[in-house]
Design a protein around this ligand. Structure first.
Ligand code: ZN
Length: 62
């Protein structure tokens, strides 16, 4: 999960850095929703789509 089926945006990685410069591993998860999407042959299917693809209309919700 946590990966968009349209643009393949997924989690990305880095460190939390405290004021004393200690580093702790951190994962930023993309805002991916499970949505029912209209397919070209008139049916619907469930896909994981990020909210930026939903907002820009790259998929049509059922
Ligand atoms: Zn996306």
């Amino acid at each position: 999960m946590a990966k968009c089926a349209v643009c393949e945006k997924g989690a990305h990685f880095g460190n939390n850095v405290s004021h004393s410069n200690r580093k702790t591993p951190k994962i930023w998860k993309s805002n991916v929703k499970s949505v029912r999407v209209k397919t070209e042959n008139g049916g619907t299917k469930k896909m994981y789509v990020c909210t930026s693809c939903l907002r820009s209309g790259k998929v049509e919700r059922a």
